[in-house]
Design a protein around this ligand. Structure first.
Ligand SMILES: Nc1nc2c(c(=O)[nH]1)N=C([C@H](O)[C@H](O)COP(=O)(O)OP(=O)(O)OP(=O)(O)O)CN2
Ligand code: ZN
Length: 156
């Protein structure tokens, strides 16, 4: 006596198999947004930002990769784990002038530091070997003020 396989499941299975490899070799970028809270002040700067103050920073991370068998380029969960491990754990609820020594804590300087940390972790975890690439970071210091960094600028 054989197993009864409902028709609907068979059809669904075929559909998934067909879609699996459809765009297998396509590079696609995915983006995830995070926030962290931190305090800082600027050195050698005449203006209100020379005084200690805080921000809810927003970091927008874009990573590209080749679509895998189930149509995922880079798992959003993997981006979250990297962010938590290498950025959030070091910067959230911290005084940036203390944790980022020898750096004036401008959005521009911080975003380059963040790039280096994320890139290093992607290298160590073998993600770069799999074809994952950090494409762009955007770091909002306030809702209207932000810095942007792109892969071509880091490579060039
Ligand atoms: N190019 C940069 N300019 C300034 C930076 C910076 O990192 N890079 N940082 C500051 C201050 O840290 C400040 O907290 C943020 O500046 P600003 O946008 O002027 O903040 P406001 O709250 O005044 O923003 P509004 O939306 O205009 O009220 C200064 N400059
Ligand atoms: Zn500031």
């Amino acid at each position: 006596m054989g197993f009864f396989i409902p028709k609907k499941v068979e059809v669904l299975g075929e559909d998934i198999q067909k879609s699996e490899l459809k765009y297998h070799d396509r590079r696609v970028a995915v983006t995830k947004e995070f926030t962290f809270d931190a305090a800082h002040h600027l050195h050698c700067y005449e203006g209100k930002c020379k005084s200690l103050h805080g921000h809810t920073y927003k970091l927008v991370i874009t990573i590209s990769g080749y679509l895998n068998d189930i149509g995922i380029a880079v798992d959003f969960g993997d981006i979250k784990k990297i962010f938590k491990d290498v950025i959030d754990s070091k910067l959230d609820h911290r005084y940036l002038n203390e944790v980022l020594p020898n750096m004036n804590t401008t959005a521009e300087n911080i975003i380059v530091w963040i790039w280096e940390q994320l890139d290093l972790r992607m290298e160590k975890e073998g993600l770069k070997a799999e074809g994952h690439r950090l494409e762009e970071l955007v770091l909002y210091e306030t809702p209207t003020s932000y810095a942007t960094l792109k892969r071509e600028w880091m490579e060039g």
